[in-house]
Design a protein around this ligand. Structure first.
Ligand code: HEM
Length: 438
């Protein structure tokens, strides 16, 4: 029923945007192999850490045959091909670290990568939709979604930490699925002018955001910050706004002019974009522009879903108009949980990037008697010190995004948007601020 009391339009559904009721944006049951013809790709893609550490990946790619892509028939085959080709691309570009990058991606890799990317509507670089959404399998297919039962299909240097980094993010995405489904109920509830339906759906959204934060905590258990900072990060880096590759990358056989693409980042995850649009969070200026640009790094149907949410009547206006205490509380709780998630994210970034970056500066000044993990930090790429893999100036950006979220709370005077600091994390931030003071 619309506001005039008529049942007119078909209610919105996840299905129409190719989003799974069970898995959300995650690709349900990704394939773990391609047809035999593509063995030359998969043999390399399955062996990335060894080929990189033995400095032989570039040679293997130079010797790789140029394969046709028309034998890739299904969406799942195309997604696995994108994952494999874009991982090889990252390995090819960054095999020798930030100082010996390349200017040209050879045609045996660039041509099929661009063809597959075009068919999927994705950029020809490794993205969140590859490393996380299409890169998992369950050891026991009937078993639970747990760190013990999950495995990556393809991996990069960084051992258990790289596994943890991608798989914990799979669990964060999964934890958000009930919230995603409830977005539909919120929209339909507003459409039917049904306050109880909207309130109930918002309760599920706030619970889902909290579950995402709980899953996110596993990052601290499964990922070693020195390995993340010193080893993993460079392989996720792109060639846009990156001083190590100021001219971008030529995709040989595709275009003579170099192209620029941002690196892989969970800023390309659709789920928080959805909650922002639902609640009406406005991201302005350069941070807003960065987040909007990240939508071009998502599968097109996911981007359309986000855009569709904002094309419906505003939830915040509905809440203000109804002036219903329970509804307002439910709305503000969603805002508070989102702020809380973003605070936790900032603290994680401090621990995984800001602190190791400061330590790297100190260590470069003093090289004596270093353990292996400290050495990894010292040798970490310097161009990325102050930047995220997507190329942003990190902490300022993340705080702006967090503050813009706070601003939409309705009852500013209640406890609704006052997020209690996580004590252990506050100590980490304190340590970081001491380290970064030069
Ligand atoms: C060790 C773990 C993580 C690190 C070090 C990290 C780092 C970063 C960095 C540096 C940015 C700035 C944008 C860029 O340059 O790419 C960013 C943005 C972002 N990240 Fe993460 N991230 C981590 C885990 C996650 C997880 C698990 C999620 C959840 C899906 C996530 C979601 C986001 C979002 C949505 C943004 C955009 C800013 C926002 O909306 O608040 N990140 N992250």
């Amino acid at each position: 029923m619309d506001t005039k009391g008529k049942y007119t339009e078909t209610p919105m559904s996840l299905e129409q945007f190719h989003i799974s009721e069970d898995y959300g944006f995650i690709l349900p049951e990704p394939l773990n192999d391609l047809p035999l013809y593509y063995k030359p790709w998969m043999d390399i893609a399955r062996n990335m850490p060894d080929l990189i550490s033995s400095h032989s990946l570039r040679l293997r790619i130079h010797n790789m045959p140029l394969l046709e892509t028309h034998l890739l028939g299904t969406h799942c085959e195309l997604r696995l091909a994108h994952l494999a080709l874009s991982m090889m691309t990252m390995g090819y570009v960054w095999q020798e670290g930030e100082r010996e990058t390349v200017k040209v991606l050879p045609r045996s890799l660039s041509v099929p990568l661009c063809e597959v990317s075009q068919r999927l509507g994705l950029p020809p670089i490794l993205i969140h939709a590859d490393t996380v959404l299409a890169n998992w399998r369950r050891r026991d297919p009937d078993g639970p979604f747990s760190m013990e039962n999950l495995e990556l299909l393809l991996t990069l240097p960084g051992g258990e930490s790289v596994r943890g980094f991608f798989l914990v993010t799979v669990l964060v995405e999964l934890a958000g699925v009930p919230g995603l489904k409830s977005i539909i109920d919120v929209i339909n509830g507003i459409h039917y002018n049904d306050v109880a339906m909207v309130t109930k759906a918002l309760d599920v959204v706030s619970q889902a955001i909290d579950s995402m934060k709980q899953a996110f905590k596993l990052m601290h258990e499964y990922v070693d910050p020195s390995i993340f900072y010193g080893i993993i990060r460079i392989y996720l880096s792109g060639w846009k706004d990156n001083p190590s590759m100021p001219d971008g990358l030529v995709y040989e056989g595709v275009q003579e002019q170099p192209m620029e693409f941002s690196g892989g980042s969970a800023a390309q995850s659709s789920i928080l974009h959805c909650f922002d649009e639902l609640l009406g969070v406005q991201h302005e200026g350069s941070s807003g522009a960065f987040l909007r640009r990240m939508r071009d790094y998502m599968p097109p149907s996911h981007k359309h879903f986000i855009e569709n949410i904002s094309s419906h009547p505003s939830l915040r206006s509905f809440v203000l108009q109804q002036a219903d205490e329970g509804l307002t509380r439910a709305f503000d709780l969603c805002v508070a949980r989102l702020v809380d998630f973003r605070n936790f994210h900032i603290n994680t970034v401090t621990r995984f990037i800001t602190i190791p970056a400061s330590r790297a500066k100190q260590l470069r000044a003093n090289k004596q008697g270093m353990t292996e993990d400290l050495d990894a930090i010292r040798r970490a790429p310097t161009a990325l010190e102050e930047r995220g893999t997507g190329g942003s100036g990190i902490i300022t950006f993340l705080k702006t995004v967090r503050d813009e979220t706070k601003e939409i709370s309705i009852s500013q005077c209640t406890n609704g948007n006052q997020v209690l600091p996580d004590r252990s994390m506050t100590e980490i931030q304190k340590a970081a601020s001491e380290l970064t003071t030069e």
